[in-house]
Write a protein that binds this ligand. Sequence first.
Ligand code: ZN
Length: 213
Amino acid sequence: MLSDNVMTQHVTFLSGNAATVPSSISSSLGTLGMSFVSPVQRVNGSREYGFKTPLPKLSFMFWLAIRNRLATGDRLLKWNGDAYGGCVLCQTEVETRDHLFFSCSYSSHDWSALTRDMLGSRYTTRWDSLVDLSTSSALTQIHMFVFRYVFQLTTHSLWKERNGRRHGESPIPAPSLAKMIDKNMRNRLSTLATSGSPIYKSGLRYWFSTHCR
Ligand SMILES: [Zn+2]
């Protein structure tokens, strides 16, 4: 597990071809068995991806997704031609990052259920567009906080479901997973709201206002 002092740290990552991994994260990589990521990596042509998050484990997985470093089917095939590269969620497409998040019929169902009302005209299933939105000034602070939270949580939950299926676990129907993510959002935002921070309380109200079903 990552240490508690990471929990509220302002984490700044770089997307695209570059990344600066905070020392507190990099020191935890050994625990996570992720030694393939060096503590500091810098490549030109990058765009800053910064966020405050109380979920460092999600952030690290999310950071791998942003850098397209997850072991998705297309990458597994490059490493081993005998590997299964198909998407285990829809079983119709090659599994790429952009397919999993959130072009896949399974993923797009959940992403729509969780964010269509919240994002309105900005709603999209395109990964790059969502990363752009999460680094833009298009949303208010509260809306951005909640959006980044659900963006990370949904990505992480879909990745977990994908890994479970690849290891033979029983599949969770898309509507059920969406309900689980919604419940998780409510629980975590409620917990954060008890900290007394106005943004967390507003975030919780905002989530309820767009998910009142
Ligand atoms: Zn799929």
